[in-house]
Design a binder for this molecule. Sequence first.
Ligand SMILES: Cc1cc2nc3c(=O)[nH]c(=O)nc-3n(C[C@H](O)[C@H](O)[C@H](O)COP(=O)(O)OP(=O)(O)OC[C@H]3O[C@@H](n4cnc5c(N)ncnc54)[C@H](O)[C@@H]3O)c2cc1C
Length: 470
Amino acid sequence: MRDVDVEAFISALSPGARLLRSSDADFPEMNQLWNSYYDRVTPEYIVLANNIEDVVLAVNFARDSGIEITPRAGRHNLAGLSSVKGGMVVDLRHMTRISVDEAAGTLTGEGGLKFGAIDDYLWKHHPGHCIQGGMDPSIGYFGAHLGVGHGWRQREFGTGTDNIVAAKVVLADGSVVTASREEHPDLFFALRGAGPNFGIVVELSTRLLPVDREQKPEVRQGFMWWPLEKAEAVFQALVDAGRRSDFPDDLMWVPELIFVDEQAGLRLSHVHYAGGDAARAEPWESLLESLISEHGGREILPWQWVTHLALQKEFVNLPPRMPWYTSGGFSEKAKTMDVFRTLVKQFAAVPNNLTSVLLIPYGGALARRDVTQTANPAGPQDIEWLFMFWSLWQNGAPDDGEAVIAWTRETYAAMRQNLRYGYANGTAFDQCNSEYARFIYGENYDKLAQLKAKYDPGNLFHHNINIAPA
Ligand SMILES: Cc1cc2nc3c(=O)[nH]c(=O)nc-3n(C[C@H](O)[C@H](O)[C@H](O)COP(=O)(O)OP(=O)(O)OC[C@H]3O[C@@H](n4cnc5c(N)ncnc54)[C@H](O)[C@@H]3O)c2cc1C
């Protein structure tokens, strides 16, 4: 690190902002991420920014001193990319301003916002509206949307990234620009999917979507399970149904290989934005009920109507502060069942019963994505499912997760030949390199490398799934 004046940096910060040093008493608490595996990573500084000017100061400080820098939003990144050993974290947790323009149909928010807070705000102040969020309310608006952003309504409205309409960003040279279709459209393309490579985003505007018009429950929800030996037959039936031309875009079937009551199997989340219309919901429920009786399944929860808000708040309940490893990728139609069979075979030998594999359906609006508009290429080209590992183990496990990590790597290696793209928001710490970035960004990689050379030629923002400047 070059000699820089830390005291001058501190005195230039805005009132309410703070520079935490690793020796400060509250540093360990403020350094905690969702994934406790990264408690071992200690930055030298955490800047608790309060506004855009603080972020500009931090970027200039990092560039001039040569210290590594990384932004932190919702703190959920599974590769630990929002922490950097010996470097500077720019933590946006105090930047949580939101504004809504109903006439324009947009919400603009800052980097400390999590989806749960946005859902609550809209429910209270702008009923009838939601945004394309994460399925989990605890994740960060920015980290999700600047990568991909999968939510319950993606088959109707596209990914979170697709719904971004503008981003205000602090670039490597300390300048602040707004990127949209009209202003800096090339940067707008890059931020939508490869965001962390191009700067620190300070404001994101996204489309408002309609939901629960009179705050009545309009979402049909079901939750069921089958034993592992029946998983292939059930999944094949789900795949076949998903390929039917009358399969609705507002229906999401999210299967997961997981242990329920100590038994490995296939669990299915059924989420249908059916507008409260029982007749529209019925055929798909009957189909699942027949799969339950045919293949020895059972309901975990009785069918019910819920509001979007209730679904967002209660449905996903993943344990915080445990060590996690991940990996993930997208399959094309022709390869889906090959990938699934590999997974089922491997899952029979998974080293613990905490680990699961989540499958997220594509198709619908995602198959109609204009992939020239965002860095993410996945969607058309017959992309059918995203496979993602939730590989976790107990804190303090004697092998520090070695067996689970080895199982995940081995399983992923066996699947990889049948995957078309990697997944930016489900990348393992040992996959964060330019070679893997090529697998994620596919045909968009070379264009992104050129844009990286234009907007961050010195690769200041390299603590990420790095796109090397061309
Ligand atoms: C429990 C759990 C549930 C999940 N559920 C979902 C889900 O339902 N849908 C979904 O799509 N994904 C989901 N994910 C994956 C999630 O999208 C990624 O983990 C994402 O990286 C989290 O973003 P964050 O803001 O919370 O994390 P952070 O760790 O704060 O940031 C994520 C990445 O973005 C970078 N970044 C943060 N802020 C900025 C900024 N202002 N400008 C530029 N780059 C920035 C960070 O440096 C890091 O590389 C889930 C993950 C977990 C652990």
